[in-house]
Design a protein around this ligand. Structure first.
Ligand code: NAP
Ligand code: MG
Length: 491
């Protein structure tokens, strides 16, 4: 476990020398003291990234050359998959097989953006047809400059990869600030890029607390772009800060995503995907389908099967064999989720399953898979993101009713629809106001496809070619090709 920051290719102690506790949420034990960066360290990191961008080799290399290093990063990550996954479990609490899956996705993300970096060489400029034949014009794409990345704790290394891989592919340099709750694997990434031969200063990693390290990064005049994933509240602050310097930002925020299940659905398949949609990663998933809408005639039998299956989910330490539900990430998150359930009950909801600390678990931030029903459409539990293994289930009358209820939210990150009628699924998918719609499943995420939200769920798209565009500027180069004088002032 690293106890230094990674700045300008060096491992350095924070200027002020601070550190903070890293806690294993399954045991509540402090397992490490991570370096607490502050504004002084952010200054050094931004200066290193600036230097690496302005005079260093990285932005000047071909896409093909950058791809070689990106693939080496992917190879090292795969070679260290088990060690990285183990760290992720200690830090975040998630079940080990899910952590291994995450790390494989991290490597996949670096490999995908290696391919996109090569493609930048193939199409270095796009000719533009002008109405005035005396001129020629072309559009070229260039790296946006120094990027800042602030990420959450739910997929610690994967959320880093979603920003670092496209930024590096584009030729940008970067300062990365992981969440204080899960800094371990992000700091390891420093050692990985070092071994892969990434030039010094291209990626700088400063762990630290949100207000002490995140805020100075988001406010820094030396960065050209800020990519943020986290809560709406912090995203809003970042957007306000960015307004001052007209900074380019992309925001991936929260959600309260609906899952619409029609009565012709196979009940077992529906239960399987509903559970994956809300209990995977302890429900700490921005796209979790936390509002399940079930067509009236299927509501009672589906609820019965869901409650029965949820009760069987194996709860435990993420490192224990067979665990499907680990602890929540932190004491703070645990208290927040318990308070939300209590508020749900106070506002009239009924607990159909779970709702409390599981028996036999005295330590660790463990919570039973929780199913709530009978809440009103304007209640807190139905409208606000809980970010835990807590699902709300409600019946709907018909297709129009389902679409209305699904869209009645300030969020619009994801949505899912299930029916045997493909045409109906397509129709509903088009009617849902969300950036990601799953048909007959919930949550499968592919690095090739665009990811991001409508409404308060964010601005911009990550992943795929959309993610690469976040880190590219577009420049037009226009040439006067005529031998004749222009003839406006000087005839
Ligand atoms: P958060 O509190 O907003 O924190 C996100 C990041 O911002 C952390 O690194 C945090 O540092 C930092 N931060 C806190 N205050 C800051 C400030 N004033 N200025 C700059 N940075 C600051 O969110 P979270 O609780 O970690 O994550 C959960 C949220 O993320 C949920 O709402 C979820 O929906 C969203 N999320 C969205 C996606 C997506 O793709 N759309 C993916 C994952 C999560 P500290 O941790 O040190 O406080
Ligand atoms: Mg932790």
């Amino acid at each position: 476990m690293k106890d230094k920051l990674f700045i300008a290719g060096q491992w350095v102690a924070p200027v002020k020398g601070g550190s903070f506790d890293v806690v294993n949420p399954a045991t509540e034990q402090t397992i490490h003291r991570a370096p607490a960066g502050t504004a002084e360290d952010i200054d050094l990191a931004v200066a290193a990234a600036r230097q690496a961008f302005d005079v260093g080799p990285w932005p000047r290399m071909s896409g093909r050359e950058r791809a070689v290093i990106l693939r080496r990063i992917a190879d090292i990550i795969l070679a260290e998959k088990h060690a990285l996954a183990h760290l992720e479990v200690l830090d975040n609490g998630k079940p080990l097989p899910e952590a291994i899956w995450d790390i494989e996705d991290v490597a996949g993300c670096f490999n995908l953006y290696a391919t996109f970096a090569e493609e930048l060489d193939e199409n270095p400029e796009e000719p533009i047809a002008l109405a005035d034949a005396r001129f020629s014009s072309k559009a070229v794409r260039e790296p946006i400059g120094v990027a800042g990345a602030i990420i959450p704790w739910n997929y610690p290394l994967l959320m880093a990869a979603w920003k670092v891989a496209p930024a590096l592919a584009a030729g940008c340099t970067m300062v990365l600030k992981p969440s204080e709750l899960t800094p371990l694997t992000a700091l390891e990434l420093g050692a990985i890029v070092e071994r892969a031969g990434l030039p010094a200063g291209v990626l700088n990693i400063v762990s630290g607390l949100g207000p002490d390290a995140g805020q100075p990064l988001s406010e820094h005049p030396g960065i050209d772009k800020l990519a943020f994933t986290g809560s709406v509240a912090t995203g809003s602050k970042i957007m306000a800060t960015a307004a001052r310097d007209i900074k380019n930002i992309s925001l991936e925020l929260g959600g309260k995503s609906p899952f619409v299940v029609f009565a012709d659905s196979d009940i077992e398949k529906a239960v399987e995907w509903i559970m994956f949609g809300i209990f995977w990663n302890q429900g700490q998933v921005c796209s979790a389908t936390s509002r399940v809408l079930v067509e009236e005639s299927l509501y009672a039998p589906l609820l019965e099967r869901l409650v029965a299956e949820a009760a069987k989910i194996r709860i435990g330490d993420g490192l224990a064999d067979g665990t499907l539900l680990g602890p929540l990430v932190s004491s703070g998150q645990y208290q927040k989720v318990l308070a939300a359930i209590a508020r749900g009950k106070a506002e009239g909801a009924t607990i159909a399953g779970g709702g409390k600390r599981p028996e036999g678990f005295d330590t660790g931030y463990f919570l039973e898979p929780t199913i709530l029903i009978d809440m009103t459409e304007n209640s807190f539990i139905w409208t606000e993101e809980i970010f835990g293994p807590v699902v709300c289930v409600k019946p709907f009358r018909d297709e129009a009713d389902a679409i209305r209820m699904a869209n009645d939210s300030r969020f619009g990150l994801a949505a899912a629809v299930m029916s045997k009628d493909k045409a109906r699924c397509e129709r509903v998918a088009k009617g849902l106001r969300a950036g990601i719609v799953w048909i007959n499943c919930s949550q499968p995420t592919f690095a090739e496809a665009p990811w991001g939200g409508y409404k308060q769920s964010g601005i911009g798209r990550e992943l795929g070619r959309w993610g690469l565009s976040n880190y590219l500027e577009t420049k037009q180069i226009t040439t006067f090709e005529s031998d004749d004088p222009w003839g406006w002032y000087i005839k």
